[in-house]
Design a protein around this ligand. Structure first.
Ligand SMILES: [Zn+2]
Length: 56
């Protein structure tokens, strides 16, 4: 893992994410925060913050 990058990973996703750019979800750097690597949830959720979300 690159310590300069923060990975935003959706918790409780169907499949575990790797805190790496080679994760299966093809994470991308955030437009506003280049140091922020945003992972996509398998169920299409994208509205999450800092790896946390409210229980549904
Ligand atoms: Zn991922």
């Amino acid at each position: 893992m690159n310590p300069d990058r923060i990975h935003v990973i959706p918790l409780g996703d169907f499949r575990e994410h790797e805190a790496s750019l080679s994760c299966w979800c093809h994470p991308v750097a955030d437009d506003d925060e280049p140091g922020l690597i945003v992972h996509r949830a398998m169920d299409g959720r994208e509205a999450f913050e800092s790896g946390e979300r409210l229980p549904s």
